[in-house]
Design a protein around this ligand. Sequence first.
Ligand SMILES: NC(=O)c1ccc[n+]([C@@H]2O[C@H](COP(=O)([O-])OP(=O)(O)OC[C@H]3O[C@@H](n4cnc5c(N)ncnc54)[C@H](O)[C@@H]3O)[C@@H](O)[C@H]2O)c1
Length: 458
Amino acid sequence: MAVLGSGYVGLTVAAGLASFGHRVTCTDVDVDRVDHLVAGDLRIVEAGLTELIEDVRSLGRLQFLTDNIEAARSAEFVFLCLPTPGRSDGTLDTSSTEAVVTQIGRHLAPGARIVIKSTVPVGTARRVAELLQRRDVAIVSNPEFLSEGTAVDNFLHPDRVVIGSDSVRAAMDVATLYGVGGVGECIVTDSQSAELIKFASNAYLATRVTFINSVAELCEATGANVRDVARGIGSDHRIGTAFLSPGPGWGGSCFPKDSAALVALADDVGVDATVVRSVIAANEWHSVRVADKIADALDGDLSGKTIAIWGLAFKAGTDDVRHSPALKIVERLRERGALFRAFDPGVSRPITGITQCTTLEETCRGADAILVTTEWEVFARSDLDALGSLMTRRIMVDARGAIDPGVALLAGFDYTGIGVGRDASDLEFTAMCLEQETRDPVVHATYPRHRDAADQSP
Ligand SMILES: NC(=O)c1ccc[n+]([C@@H]2O[C@H](COP(=O)([O-])OP(=O)(O)OC[C@H]3O[C@@H](n4cnc5c(N)ncnc54)[C@H](O)[C@@H]3O)[C@@H](O)[C@H]2O)c1
């Protein structure tokens, strides 16, 4: 089989399918990228992917090429994992998909199946069929739901596989490729439903994140603690805990473009999309709020102030900075005169306008404040006291809840979080728990940081 496009999705799909026992040829139009892949350098950060690719290549099941036609010519299944970037009007640009279908169309083997993995507008599978003009080749919509950072596990053990096609036979053929063992549920439907499931899923997840960010703002205004509130909401089995972590707003290569595409689709067919439209607007506001927090912590004057940016990727576990909230906030702060030094353990590629460091120490030397923008675990384990000693002032704004407020407080930081407020009594309470836990195993047992639990302790 062939997988066309060797980005985050294509590489994972190719390696995953090869690990199921299939022989896969994976292509990319980017010659340099393919050269690196042949040499074993993925040039993306994705847990377990390098090892999986090494394994399947050593078994002779995966090869990389630049030639789409050669890869597709003898393939029974051709997976399209091509970019579908968003346009300024919210619609998605499917020109790569159309160009590739036109390119490979007449070279496909009789009875081949084209499987669309990319996130594409509703109706794309049908348009591709018209473009192809090959009655013997079925088009299957099989949207990918992996998350960067956990892509390999998501692909090998998906909650569900969604397969849509006008040909039930072709849909069932694709279903069998997944080997069903680790698949939660296989949903076979028409191609429009499959295409819409992808947009609706991402818009819903974005809505949850925005919802908890709005609740976090309420927590700050009322003295509540969003961590406890989120736990209280999420422990209702009808709701669940996933995607209820407050932060600087969502970003990445999928949520922004897929939410905008859902709104564009609704507008196009005359359906009201107020909910998702409001979520997109609120998401902008949450990044403004983070920028305001750092300005407030620095007494409103950011001019010439150096901020240590901890994290550039849109989330931990990836090097992907596409539509990263960190970069959005940096731009807001830059407009107010701030300077930056950034460190992200996953991002080594240069980013225009940002001085990138290789350690947290480097970011902190002479800095006026720390802004935590990505939730890398290594940040939580850092020696805050030592890092604070390198700074002009011990100020921290933690937009991810990545640092324990009590630990920051004990290290002498003026700490501002999201949804935990700057309520000194809460922070002091946490610090007290931390101090006591080393002496008192009962308090240790009641940790984490719940006022009631500690009140009940001897
Ligand atoms: N990244 C994610 O987390 C994720 C998750 C689910 C779905 N998706 C969707 O999957 C699709 C691919 O996303 P991605 O993140 O892998 O993108 P990507 O930009 O990382 O990878 C796309 C690759 O396709 C290559 N390409 C472009 N034109 C080509 C052509 N004509 N022939 C061969 N290769 C070509 C590019 O060089 C690039 O390497 C998008 O539609 C995206 O919305 C992404």
